[in-house]
Design a binder for this molecule. Structure first.
Ligand SMILES: [Zn+2]
Length: 574
């Protein structure tokens, strides 16, 4: 299934990137890039950093071009703070490279960075994101950037002058692009995303001893509490002091324990990798920010060009505040993939332009989202969806490498959620109800409703607060049943009499809406009148009270199927 060219934002960026790549480096593979910092759990908000270039690279690949999506792991960045939930003793590692910090207790991974990379890498595999991961620790410690480091040091006065053009304008933030008012959820996510990004408030290399864009990690304490105090361009002899008391003179041409400051590091990598497309978040795009400054440094120092780099809006999470997360903080892509299938998550990113904000739903909204997704799937199959919607759908369900796994028998998410809510996941009971849903297309085994069934079950058990869960009454509400008037008794009698002949989702829908029509002497195919709507609302409220002891609950046909005919009779017979 090929996406329609020109149909959506992904196609338009692909056009632009292909044209630019042919101009810059004809015949070479096209490079799209993302950067992630494994300084802690990688938040769902940062997934846009990956999905934007992924979708563009995938479109380029679908068109038959050679393309690589690189993900730079900023694992040689300093450990900046001990996150919530981690033992305070980790504070002694602040200032060390993330790959030199021990992994959290109980981890199977050799260090902090590897621990947090692993979960993200697993999520990217599930999402079908083909990429080449590049460890910055590996690059710096192997000496891959040696020439670039020596060049940056030689050109330090020029870099200092570029940075100085912005220093007088004050710190970043003043005049930064804003994307409207952020609500509480969005602000929290934006804060978390900014903390996780490489730009985070790093010094730009300015010191009392002059400007040096290279920052050594101390060879004794491993931390970056160092100051370069002397450097000789000819010999490359570099002397640094450390707050731990250590002073050392090294040959920079052979030194492997240090890195360029962020605002020089990023443009250096654009040049090194030949990046043509790399988007960035609003925190990187303000005046004087790393993207803007980098655009000048990459040309004036490294003789290359800035990538095409659209700014992307933050992605919020709805229902995040209520999340019962043991880890604290906002959810990760892995958390999202436990409550929704990969194509749905891909679709959220594919259908919105990067500068459009949106939210990933962890609350009740996920049910509506899944309904919308299923409706789109039907329209695409029928050929009635518009070009942009069809393109977004095709980007969601697969990549250039093929289709992602799907649920063979996809039942509505909200129906599955209601059923596992009531059965609390009991497999036998769940299968009985699923079989009854549609006798014309019966479910033969739970497996054919997976993984969607498992996602709905995980959502119900982890995201829906106890007071919103459905509890079927164990005994009839005798007091309420005794108070029923004749009309209510007759309505219940009609319902119970019709159960056997209507035992399917569709049949019970007809029945529960039909009982009030019969009581009002209206034909079954009548258009809803205000009087009928009132009668239906009252009848439904009565049923909810008698079945689950509340005003509302899951859709009644689903609820009746889930409760089962015997228990329905027991609870509804006066
Ligand atoms: Zn030291």
């Amino acid at each position: 299934m090929a996406a329609t060219p020109e149909a959506d934002w992904v196609s338009r960026f692909a056009d632009e990137v292909i044209a630019e790549a042919e101009r810059r480096a004809p015949g070479k593979p096209i490079v799209c890039a993302s950067g992630l910092s494994p300084s802690g759990p990688i938040h769902l908000g940062n997934l846009r950093e990956v999905m934007t270039p992924h979708l563009v690279a995938d479109e380029i690949r679908r068109r038959g071009h050679e393309v690589v999506h690189i993900i730079s792991w900023d694992d040689y960045d300093r450990f900046r703070k001990v996150p919530a939930g981690i033992d305070e003793s980790w504070a002694e590692h602040i200032g060390k490279p993330l790959t030199s910090v021990p992994a959290p207790a109980g981890s199977a991974y050799p260090n902090w960075a590897e621990h947090f990379k692993a979960s993200m890498t697993e999520s990217l595999a599930q999402l079908g994101v083909a990429h080449r991961g590049i460890s910055q620790t590996q690059m710096y410690t192997s000496g891959a950037y040696q020439e670039q480091i020596l060049l940056a040091m030689r050109e330090r006065a020029k870099i200092d002058a570029v940075l100085d053009r912005y220093r007088t304008k004050g710190r970043t933030g003043a005049g930064a692009p804003q994307q409207g008012k952020l609500d509480e959820d969005e602000a929290a996510a934006a804060q978390e995303a900014a903390e996780g990004s490489g730009a985070a408030a790093e010094d730009d290399g300015t010191g009392a001893t002059g400007y040096f864009p290279y920052k050594p990690y101390c060879s004794v304490c491993e931390r970056d509490l160092t100051t370069v105090v002397a450097y000789d361009d000819d010999s490359t002899e570099l002397t640094y002091t450390c707050q731990c008391g250590h002073t050392e003179t090294v040959l920079l041409s052979e030194h492997r324990r240090g890195k360029l400051v962020w605002k020089v590091d990023w443009p250096m990598r654009w040049a090194y990798e030949g990046v043509v497309f790399e988007p960035s978040g609003v925190d990187h795009s303000s005046p004087g920010s790393s993207f803007q400054v980098g655009g000048q440094i990459v040309g004036e120092v490294f003789g290359a060009q800035q990538p095409i780099g659209p700014m992307y809006a933050f992605v919020g999470i709805s229902g995040m505040a209520k999340m019962s997360s043991s880890k604290g903080g906002v959810p990760t892509p892995a958390d999202a993939l436990q409550i929704m299938e990969p194509p749905l998550l891909r679709w959220l990113y594919a259908r919105r332009r990067p500068n459009q904000a949106f939210k990933v739903a962890f609350d009740q909204e996920i049910q509506r989202l899944y309904d919308e997704w299923d409706t789109l799937g039907r329209k695409v199959a029928e050929g009635t969806a518009n070009a942009a919607d069809t393109a977004a759908y095709s980007r969601a369900v697969g990549t250039a490498a093929g289709l992602l796994p799907v649920t063979p028998h996809p039942l509505p998410y909200r129906t599955l959620a209601s059923i596992v809510d009531i059965t609390t996941g009991d497999p036998e009971q769940t299968l009985r109800i699923l079989r009854d849903l549609d006798p014309a297309d019966p479910v033969a085994s739970l497996d054919e409703t997976r993984p969607r069934l498992d996602r709905a079950q995980h959502w119900i058990t982890t995201q829906v607060p106890a007071e919103q869960r459905t509890r079927v009454l164990p005994e009839p509400d005798a007091a309420l049943l005794a108070k029923l008037d004749d009309d209510q008794r007759e309505s219940l009698r009609l319902l119970l009499a019709g159960l056997d002949g209507h035992w399917s989702l569709e049949g019970l829908t007809t029945l529960v809406y039909g009982v009030p029509k019969t009581r009002l002497g209206l034909p079954m195919d009548v258009k809803p009148t205000p009087e009928l709507k009132v009668a239906q609302r009252e009848f439904f409220a009565l049923l909810y009270h008698l079945l689950v002891g509340r005003d509302t609950g899951p859709r009644l046909p689903t609820l009746l199927l889930a409760v089962g005919p015997d228990q329905v009779r027991a609870l509804l017979t006066p």
